[in-house]
Design a protein around this ligand. Sequence first.
Ligand code: NAD
Length: 511
Amino acid sequence: MAIYEPLESDGPRRRLRLRSPVDLEPIGEIECANSRDVERAVERARKAQVDWEALSFDERARYMEKVSRLLLDRCDEVVDKVIEETGKARAEAVSMEVFSSLDSLCYYAKNTKKFLRPHKKRLHGLMGFAKQLRIVYKPLGVIGIITPWNGPFILAMNQTVQALMAGNAVVLKGSEVTPFSTKLVGDFFEEAGLPDGVLQVLMGDGATGAALVESGVDKISFTGSVVTGRKVAEACGRQLIPCSLELGGKDAMIVCADADIERAANGALIGSCMNTGQYCCGTERIYVVDSVCDEFVEKVVAGAAKLRQGDSGEFDVGAIFWDRQLEIVERHVDDAVAKGATVRVGGRRNPALKGLFYEPTVLTDVNHSMDVMTEETFGPVISIMKVPDEEEALRLANESCYGLNGNVWTQDKDKALRLAARMETGAVCVNDMALTYGVPEAPFGGRKNSGIGQVNGKMGVRGYCHTLPIIIDRFGGKQLASGYPYSFKKIEGMQKLMKLLWGSPIGRWLS
Ligand code: NAD
């Protein structure tokens, strides 16, 4: 049964009915914002942005602090809504959605002022005697933020906080699969008294997202699939507006012979099954060096068999959030089995549960002819491939059109750093699953098909600004560009100067 289905509509907007993946019961209906609604929202945002930009960082930060207090008080409301829409485990709803949102709100409330403080820069060479560079960060204006369903609250909240703290207004559109969780982001800011129009949350599907991309916003922050990301990039390219694209992945895990195997096996379980495997930086391919592979597989199989899957109460692995995704997971596992993979645990829908549940699954004897090792699976599937050595593991890890994150497991720190640096991916974690999105100090973004641009932290906040260089006189300096009238004498002088500056060691040092 489909998680959302179109309803008859006699008005100007499409209507959708939503079901919970937990029990497939209806949980609500939405009206999709049409292009006129989107245009109006952007107009309102543009007006509201002027006064919002005029506030100080401390004043803006106070709204973030109010939202964080509201969120702390009403954590359960968010958790329950996220669970109703996604069926993820309660522990994940608390840690991924609420804990991380609080961290984001407080981190950017505290640090944005420092990241965007205007500053001076000394210029090199002769120019430095006469001129000085000042850098000023100006908000871009109105930001369109488009987010997916796998982290419906945090992925919306995190980018919204950064864009707002930088002085922008935001028009946010969450996924049609999880609109009510994303709407809560807007509700909290409204309750915190955010001025009208500074943040607007639109409900809608892909057509609403496409309308937002075309609505005259100053930047699109997109998180979602490669297929949609490409369309968004094309539309932004045509309009010459910037976009950041946080797209899908196929993260590799490399387990070296000297790894702590117990710890690595636990890392594989959480890396592949957290958020029911629907984590953009989920561990989707595991390459284990021959000498420790059997021990590793044994531990992973034992651990996976103990994972509790459920639809209520205390459990480890929840539902697949969307029937479309469940079909992809089934197709990948079936394809792998048809090509010779062995199912060690799971490998099927969970027959004991009514909703969209796929059992935590361990596959061995996999290889790169199988979709499960090359395309994003986005399900609780642990695919383990035995390799002769670390070099082969690295070669296979890099043999992918994706490059979002990855992880290396070894007790030799120098080797870990060497291998990590050679991985063709956006970020690497050593002896841990991919944590990078939750570490704002680390720039986050994919390589290859996994995206363009980096978000989060200083770089992320600055990405919502124009970096304006202002070049100004030092010591009441004089105009350097007063070249007229040209003369042969001036050309000769310039040639002598070039020889002096770059033709001698002292000159090169000076310049
Ligand atoms: P999706 O691309 O189908 O949808 C993402 C959002 O884009 C939704 O809000 C959707 O309504 C909207 N959309 C659809 N068509 C559009 C169009 N033509 N123009 C503009 N917007 C449009 O992705 P999804 O299935 O919702 O999300 C899962 C994907 O997101 C996975 O590939 C996952 O890896 C990726 N993801 C990446 C990150 C990251 O940070 N790199 C984080 C989470 C999820």
